[in-house]
Design a protein around this ligand. Structure first.
Ligand code: IMP
Ligand code: MG
Length: 176
């Protein structure tokens, strides 16, 4: 273990960016009492750290989605495997993602959340991989743009491994 990993973003770089994003969100959502939706499980580390830098009141909730067939079946069924606990009708909603890659999962999620009539619906992602996009999804706040590489750490896993790295690293793996 450890071989095949190349540091892409250091802990310091991530910390600085998360603080900046938190400050921006604090201004933009001042007094709105937004619902932050962390998409399980990858975004938990980011969402928790980000929330510590948000100085206006908010509600934190979690949702879990899974896509059948993975990338082999990009237009396959997406389903919610754990739904929100709060009612988001008339609330300002911010979806917090670890990474937007093809955009397929997020596209499904946003369409689903829209049917619940939130007052507003925006997206904050730590990582954005524009090159890999299959569907156009709105990204309102983003930490870093990345090229087409597979990354792990800071919540992102490969077969459940590496989530707890405090930095983000490229993992060389077959097929990418
Ligand atoms: P999508 O392709 O935009 O639908 O991304 C779906 C999910 O795939 C993301 O939320 C991540 O959980 C996972 N994912 C995409 N790219 C990476 C990566 O480079 N490393 C680890 N997980 C990834
Ligand atoms: Mg995810």
């Amino acid at each position: 273990m450890g071989e095949g990993l190349r540091v892409v973003l250091t802990e310091e770089e991530i910390k600085r960016k998360v603080r900046e994003l938190g400050e921006t969100l604090s201004r933009d959502y001042q007094g709105d009492d937004p619902v932050l939706i962390s998409v399980l499980r990858g975004s938990v580390y980011f969402a928790v750290d980000l929330s510590r830098h948000i100085s206006t009141p908010f509600t934190l909730d979690f949702i879990s989605i899974s896509r059948y067939g993975g990338n082999a079946n990009p237009f396959g069924i997406v389903r919610i495997t754990k739904d929100l606990d709060v009612n988001i009708a008339s609330r300002h909603v911010l979806v917090v993602e670890d990474i937007v890659d093809t955009g397929l999962s997020l596209n499904y999620l946003l369409r689903n959340l829209k049917t619940r009539d939130p007052a507003s619906l925006k997206v904050c992602t730590l990582l954005n991989v524009e090159e890999r996009r299959i569907v156009d999804v709105p990204v309102d706040y983003k930490g870093f743009d990345l090229p087409d590489i597979f990354v792990v750490g800071y919540g992102l896993d490969y077969n459940e491994e590496y989530r707890n790295l405090t930095h983000i690293a490229e993992l060389k793996r077959p097929g990418r």
